[in-house]
Design a protein around this ligand. Sequence first.
Ligand SMILES: [Zn+2]
Length: 332
Amino acid sequence: MRFLSPLVRLAVTSGILAGILAGCHTASDDHHHARPTKQAAPFTGEYPIQVVCTTGPITEAVRKIGGPHVSVTGLMGPGIDPHLFRAAPQDVENLQKADVIVYNGLHLEGRLAGILDAQSKNKPVIAVTDQLVAENDPRLRKPPEFEGFFDPHVWHDAILWSDCLNYLTEQMQKVDPSHAAEYQKNHDDYIAEITATDDYCRSQVATLPEEGRILVTAHDAFGYFSAAYGLETEPLKGVSTEDEIEIGRLDDVVRLLIEKNIPAVFVESAISPRIVRALIEPCEAQGHQVKIGGELYADALGQAGTDAETYPGMLRANVDTIVTALNPTPGG
Ligand SMILES: [Zn+2]
């Protein structure tokens, strides 16, 4: 029931909901699977191509791949929660003026569904996760509490994200075939950097004792990360930050922290630390010291000037924070 209200809200603002719901259930529903992505038509306007992107990782990817041929505007800067993001008048204007729009999809940008759908009628609107959905990629998570929806936080698995960027590059090449070779080269260089980051994450998590690889966070943003790098994820809330915490969930997580002797829990850069802090006292009352292990970048990149201001930097910052906090102190 707790998911009903955001779903109803989405259903009102977006005709794509029914399609996505249908597409997630049975193969026979596939013909109802209307997605807002318009097939990219070759660009005939004036360069640079004006591209409006939603999240930080997408904004960075389009800049890297498009190079000098694109002018990129990102809607969601550091600390912005994409689940709750609403377009301000300036954002609406930018979306209307854009030649191309690129977004994550899988309902990450739930409150933009209406405007993305409307814009897709007259310009390419590309969801980077579209091919994963079309292929029903087995790596897509379907958290039971999300009732048939896929978990949208795919960028936390560097390899899965690389596949999204491969699709994005193909779409950009369709929009602008005259620079296809350049886009390909930029893509390949960027993917090499992301692959190195993937190796780094893997090797860092491998330094943790196996029984201590448990990640307690505010909302269910790290399922792909955990699956990719060998952790278990124990979020307090569901996939969207607007979910309520289920009754009994705090007690369950407190019990788990004590039972498994987990030394740290993590707050997130785009959501209030209050709900994670609520775990500390009940643990202490039962004789288990647990600390805030640091801030993870769940839904946004870091501020300019920090290590996490880039996508690979954000992944590294997260894995460093996790590994430092979960590694047992010497002699402890
Ligand atoms: Zn999230």
